[in-house]
Write a protein that binds this ligand. Structure first.
Ligand SMILES: C[S@@+](CC[C@H](N)C(=O)[O-])C[C@H]1O[C@@H](n2cnc3c(N)ncnc32)[C@H](O)[C@@H]1O
Length: 219
């Protein structure tokens, strides 16, 4: 297994990506980002986007909602801030530099937490998901969208081979869906939807519904 990406690699990689990110990724990621925003919008009015990046999805949110975006990378956040100002995106009430594993928000503050194309980059992905769960209100929803690594076959072998190179540019290809399912099982979240997007279903939307209260009362 490839060594995990560390935070300094993320800082370095996304400082380089920031000026080009939208040109390279806007079209490629748009439909899956929009599906993630729509799932969050349906879950409630208070939304947190973790790893918000350049804010490609921020224009999706209606004025009825209140959205906060956080990211490790200042250069990426700067692009998001420009979009909010230029587009007069009044639903976006805050953008802040923050690590997904140390969110500076109160317990239960959000109806939905979105992690688009970021969870596979976090060395302690389960630690980040625990934080998403902490800041989520009871019955809320975690919405992830990502390339999820192939579990077997030639693509899995290819992804293992390119993992060291992918890591250098701030990507991570090998990350099994089972890891998210396992976290959900242990934390009281149910995977209520997985939906494929993009060429050959390369991207997967994963919706995790909070079942903690039901599990507690059944115990
Ligand atoms: C591939 S970009 C995705 C950006 C945006 N969500 C999108 O869909 O376009 C990954 C983003 O996650 C951020 N990121 C990576 N690790 C993070 C962490 N531990 N905490 C917060 N943000 C992180 C990066 O800085 C980068 O902006």
């Amino acid at each position: 297994m490839a060594k995990d990406i560390d935070l300094s690699t993320i800082h370095r990689a996304y400082a380089i990506w920031a000026p080009f990110y939208d040109k390279v990724y806007r079209k490629m990621l748009r439909s899956s980002q929009a599906a993630a925003s729509n799932a969050a919008i349906a879950a409630g009015r208070q939304v947190l986007e973790v790893g918000v990046g350049t804010g490609l999805s921020l224009a999706d949110y209606p004025k009825t909602h209140t959205v906060v975006g956080v990211d490790l990378s200042h250069p990426m956040l700067l692009r998001a801030k420009e979009k909010v100002e230029q587009g007069n995106l009044t639903a976006i009430t805050g953008l802040a530099a923050m690590d997904a594993c140390r969110l500076g928000f109160a317990d239960g503050a959000f109806d939905a937490v979105v992690g688009a194309f970021m969870i596979t980059l976090v060395p302690d992905a389960e630690g980040a998901l625990n934080e998403f769960a902490r800041v989520l209100r009871p019955g809320g929803e975690i919405v992830l969208v990502n390339h999820i690594g192939a579990e077997s076959g030639p693509m899995a072998t290819f992804e293992k081979l390119v993992a060291p190179l992918a890591k250098r540019v701030g990507w991570r290809a090998e990350f099994p869906l089972q890891r998210i399912r396992d976290w959900g099982k242990g934390a009281g979240f149910e995977v209520v939807e997985t939906r494929k997007f993009g060429l050959m279903g390369y991207f997967t939307l994963i919706r995790l519904a909070d079942r903690r209260a039901a599990l507690r009362s059944a115990a």
